[in-house]
Design a protein around this ligand. Structure first.
Ligand SMILES: [Zn+2]
Ligand SMILES: [Zn+2]
Length: 370
């Protein structure tokens, strides 16, 4: 199964002609999962190879506009361009994010008389008071659920922090487990980890034949990790007859933050194949970055190191850093300096650093069995 990550917007604060506001898509077989949706994400999607009608899950890290203003418009345009099949009802778009997201979307869609041809549900994560300074918390009156659902809205879940893992379990299916974890920012912010399940290795069919086992239900049980007893009384353990398992891939995307909160992030991001972390400003501006709830390249590098990530991708650059191709002689702020700073902080490790650019696609290949 192929998997890749495409950046649609890599700038902070607002979209500009050279960098879109935050948005990226993780694509797996046939499905697109959108992480953040800054203003202009829909036009960025149209310029990319991705199909917005394939978006099934949306994850919003926090409620700042540069991560959210694009969502109502994107949903409306997807709806306009969708031809619902008369035989197959359209699937529900599941949207995950902080408390207040449900009301934001409901008001935006209701006040603009926007109808959708597909259902949607907003699943809200309960933040904790230590995720931001006191002034960053929205009052309960603002986030309160009016109770009056949009006509295409299905009731969503309210997801509390699982204290034992210090994470939020958002979804789990045959292929993936998706978790969220807490970050510190000016408003409650979250990161997300997408963990693919390991795949069991192939059955050693020659060996099974030698043992007198014919293809059939017993093969399935062995593959599912169960021991089976032969007619002779001999017990066959799956480990003896299976090739090595292929480890599942892990992709982690952190929202805006100046630090991690609790044990959750390191657990959820441990040995991530790709760790996407913001680097709004360069290391020289560390105090300013932290003041605004943001990170610098060496701070992002420290996170990658702490969770033993295999690669670090920096994004969410201040609009002062133009993409490498548009950098001119004499421009003061050079985005490649941000990569250099992260690389310097990771010297002596094998963690690969790259800079995200709008429309950059990073393939995430399967690792070899270990
Ligand atoms: Zn931001
Ligand atoms: Zn922010």
């Amino acid at each position: 199964m192929t998997m890749d990550l495409t950046f649609l917007g890599t700038g902070s604060a607002y979209p500009s002609p050279h960098r879109g506001a935050s948005a990226m898509v993780l694509r797996t077989e046939g499905e697109c999962w959108l992480f953040d949706c800054g203003e202009g994400t829909q036009t960025q999607l149209m310029k990319s190879q991705l199909r917005s009608s394939r978006i099934t899950n949306v994850f919003i890290s926090h409620l700042h506009g540069d991560h959210l203003f694009g969502l109502p418009g994107l949903l409306c345009t997807v709806s306009l361009n969708l031809n619902p099949s008369p035989v197959q009802p359209p699937t529900c778009v599941n949207i995950y994010g902080p408390r207040g997201l449900r009301q934001f979307l409901r008001v935006a869609l209701q006040l603009t008389s926007s109808q959708l041809v597909f259902p949607y549900a907003v699943h809200e994560l309960e933040s904790t008071t230590d995720q931001c300074p006191p002034e960053g918390h929205l009052s309960p009156e603002v986030t309160a659920d009016s109770g009056c659902l949009h006509s295409q809205e299905l009731p969503g879940r309210t997801i509390a922090l699982d204290v034992s893992s210090d994470c939020y379990v958002l979804l789990e299916d045959k292929r993936f487990v998706v978790k969220a974890f807490r970050l510190f920012h000016r408003v409650p912010s979250f990161g997300f980890s997408v963990q693919e399940h390991d795949r069991p290795g192939r059955l050693k069919t020659e060996l099974l034949k030698e043992l007198g086992l014919k293809p059939g239900p017993l093969y399935g049980r062995l593959k599912a990790g169960e021991s089976v007893t032969l007619e002779t009384g001999q017990v066959v353990n799956p480990i003896e007859v299976l090739e090595k398992a292929t480890p599942g891939r892990k992709v982690c995307v952190l929202g805006d933050c100046s630090s991690l909160l609790g044990e959750g992030p390191l657990g959820a991001c441990h040995r991530a194949d790709v760790l996407v972390h913001e680097a709004t400003l360069s290391d020289e501006h560390r105090d300013k970055a932290v003041d605004h709830g943001h990170s610098t390249p060496s701070m992002a590098a420290a996170v990658a190191l702490a969770c033993s990530a295999r690669s670090l991708v920096l994004y969410h650059f201040s609009q002062r850093y133009k993409p490498a191709g548009q950098h001119k002689e004499g421009d003061e702020d050079d985005v490649s300096e941000l990569r250099r700073q992260a690389e310097e902080a990771l010297q002596g490790t094998d963690i690969k650093v790259s800079l995200a650019e709008d429309f950059l696609t990073i393939p995430i290949p399967l690792a070899r069995p270990h």
